[in-house]
Design a protein. Structure first.
Lengths: 283, 420
């Protein structure tokens, strides 16, 4: 809906009328409700870990166990090359940011439907729901990241100055997660197929991203298409920053990844805002 | 114009019916719809496929006014509140809102059972639009109001429903928006809770905030509001001083059916030869109503057929509160002379009717149960929830104090005050 907030005599005036076309991007509301972002993220985290026996260790177990399985089947048995690095650390460095992304888009995709009781009863910028779903994943990421650093020590791989670029790649992962999350959550309200599509999507995405293998395995002519996947930039970037592999060094590939990610974010946000007016009626 | 709180002009809200009824689609549905009519855009919807939950609703509310909104279930009251609370968008029309809106469309929005009371206060407060600093400042007051201090650090899933409600309302009650919009929050909870809610809402109104209050509880509407809107079938029927609006609503029979009829098929075989046909509540003008005034007598009528003569039959009612307490049992042959006259009832069509006197029942919702039996011989028919009806205590004794009275009866007793 089109809402203009003009501050008149210290009281905000809100105009309600049916919106036409593309909704305005209303950042003002988002700023007003910023504390809610914190609270909903905090809620997701608290609820996730209460009553679970292993608590926070779930954040580590999933990428760790995946790494073990990959190491056995891809590393040892299939003998996939890992750019000169021991396979386990090679795949784990990619799995940690990957977990952030795949969890984020699954949870974000469900966030609107799961919180229908709030959406149908009270107003707040709906974008906060997928946003807080993604942000809750950052905490899990940080825990797994600590383990990743631990593994670096184990394999005696020195940390270089390049490790300081990790936040950049994390940012890329977040932008991609939020972008896809916005698309999926908005689509899911109207088409419940999305709930079924998402696990398949993440599986598929896992294999087209160079996690179990290195991007160096991909032939030259496909490289461009490949770099259109922003997670390629993230994953190889992590490897470059922590392990020193040459593939993920900042360059055109990274620039393309960022470009695609920002495009996903913008289009996702626009679509979300456009569909937002129907959420309470359709969810 | 400077003290305007809300202005609504021709607000309309349309919902789609059928498969598209606000229900989600699957890709298959969309594809099928497209196959059926590739050129049809979503905006072009036929008359049969949509319903206007609201149409041409226009009104203005000044700052500090307390406005009631009444109407049948499904009239569009909640939809109007949803539009004004920005939960849903109007299909047409325009509205201007001056100030922050706090909505109480439901109590406990966002409460999570795994979190403690303390955590839920912060969460719920944030969802309702309070800043963290605001919640911090009012935290003690909120806990105090809710009376769950001992359990404040226990997960809310362990709370009784009463505690849950009190806590949820406590948070909402400490919102300080310029405009407060309340939707029948009083419908839940016991008398004590309702008393507290009403008290708090009264305070809010006294503070000069604008309040929009939707309720089926006519006495609450009377106590809190100065003017009332009557909504019917999505349209604004009238706006009048509350007493007038309530009167119109009640007397025009805008409330729902006060009758329960039985089809032959739904009766078990064991009732024969007794066949209940209908039970109904009628006001003084012989109109079937579902809402009566405590200050007027009203009748309860049972219509039935006997296919054979029955000896010793008695037909009677139970009056039950919504909490399941029996208030009275009364049979049509309770009076000795009736008992003699009707010791054998010949086959035929009957109506047994009784009058509940004025100034007898307290306000609230009551259930009528029906029983037809022969003492120690056979029970022909028994239904403890045959019909419900509302009693409104407009004009009842003690109405000059704005508080709900405990107890199912509210007689006009003769009090003497002596100074010695």
């Amino acid at each position: 809906m089109e809402t203009k907030s003009i501050v008149k005599n210290e009281m905000p005036v809100t105009i309600l009328r049916p919106a036409t076309g593309w909704g305005a991007l209303n950042f003002r509301d988002l700023w007003l409700y910023r504390e809610l972002i914190y609270f909903l993220t905090w809620r997701d985290l608290k609820v996730r870990y209460k009553q679970t026996l292993l608590g926070a260790s779930w954040a580590i177990l999933k990428p760790f166990l995946t790494m073990v399985v990959f190491s056995i089947f891809f590393g040892d048995l299939a003998n996939v090359p890992s750019d000169g690095m021991p396979y386990p650390i090679f795949s784990f460095a990619a799995l940690v940011p990957w977990e952030l992304f795949s969890n984020a888009i699954s949870v974000a995709g469900r966030s609107l439907v799961q919180n229908r009781h709030m959406i149908t009863k009270i107003y707040f910028p709906r974008v906060i729901l997928p946003l807080s779903a993604v942000l809750a994943g950052v905490v899990d990421f940080l825990i797994a990241f600590v383990i990743l650093i631990g593994m670096l020590f184990y394999y005696r791989i020195p940390l270089t100055i390049y490790a300081l670029t990790i936040p950049l790649f994390l940012l890329l992962a977040l932008i991609t997660s939020i972008g896809i999350g916005l698309w999926l959550s908005a689509l899911n309200v109207q088409y419940r197929d999305i709930g079924y599509v998402t696990p398949f999507l993440t599986q598929f995405w896992l294999f087209i991203t160079p996690i179990a293998y290195g991007a160096s395995m991909v032939p030259e002519k496909w490289q461009f298409l490949y770099s259109l996947n922003p997670m390629t930039g993230v994953v190889e970037g992590f490897r470059w920053a922590l392990l020193g592999t040459s593939q993920g060094a900042p360059g055109t590939q990274l620039a393309i990844s960022f470009g695609v990610a920002i495009l996903l974010l913008l289009t996702g946000f626009l679509y979300f805002r456009r569909m937002e007016r129907t959420f309470a009626d359709m969810v | 114009m400077s003290d305007l709180a809300i202005r609504a002009e021709n607000i309309g809200k349309r919902y789609l019916l059928g498969q598209n009824a606000g229900a989600y689609q699957t890709f298959r549905d969309t594809f099928q719809n497209w196959l059926r009519d590739p050129l049809k855009k979503t905006a072009e919807v036929g008359e049969d496929e949509a319903v206007w939950a609201l149409k041409d609703v226009s009104f203005e509310v000044r700052q500090g006014e307390v406005l009631g909104i009444i109407g049948r279930n499904g009239a569009g009251k909640s939809t109007l509140l949803k539009v004004l609370s920005r939960v849903t968008e109007p299909t047409e029309g325009y509205a201007e809102i001056h100030g922050r809106v706090g909505s109480l469309l439901e109590v406990g929005t966002g409460f999570h059972p795994e979190l403690t009371g303390r955590e839920n206060i912060y969460l719920n407060g944030a969802i309702l639009g309070m800043k963290r600093s605001e919640i911090d400042a009012k935290f003690d007051e909120i806990v105090d109001f809710s009376e769950v201090e001992r359990f404040i650090d226990t997960p809310v899933k362990r709370y009784s429903s009463g505690m849950y409600l009190r806590l949820a309302f406590a948070v909402a009650a400490h919102l300080e928006p310029e405009i407060l919009v309340v939707d029948e929050v009083l419908a839940v909870g016991d008398a004590e809770f309702q008393r507290k809610c009403l008290g708090k809402m009264n305070d809010v109104a006294q503070e000069g905030r604008t309040v929009l209050f939707v309720s089926h509880n006519m006495s609450a509407i009377q106590r809190l509001t100065e003017e009332t809107l009557v909504i019917d079938k999505g349209r604004l029927l009238m706006r009048a001083p509350t007493a007038q609006a309530v009167d119109h609503y009640l007397s025009q029979g805008l409330s729902q059916q006060g009758e329960r009829a039985w089809e032959e098929e739904e009766l078990p075989k064991t009732t024969a030869p007794f066949f209940p046909r209908a039970i109904r509540v009628c006001n003084g003008n012989h109109e079937v109503v579902d809402s009566v005034r405590s200050t007027d007598p009203f009748t309860i009528e049972v219509e039935y057929d006997l296919e054979q003569d029955i000896t010793g039959l008695r037909v009677g009612i139970y009056l039950i509160s919504t909490r399941g307490e029996y208030i009275l049992t009364s049979f049509d042959t309770d009076a000795p002379d009736r008992f003699d006259t009707f010791s054998v009832r010949p086959a035929g069509h009957y109506v047994s009717r009784c009058v509940i006197p004025a100034d007898y029942l307290n306000e609230g919702r009551f259930l009528i149960g029906l029983n037809a039996s022969s003492f120690r011989v056979k029970r022909y028919f028994h239904d403890e929830q045959a019909l419900t009806f509302n009693v409104d205590a407009v004009g009842a004794p003690g109405m000059h104090w704005p508080e709900p009275r405990l107890g199912p009866v509210r007689p006009r007793l003769d009090w003497e005050i002596e100074r010695e």
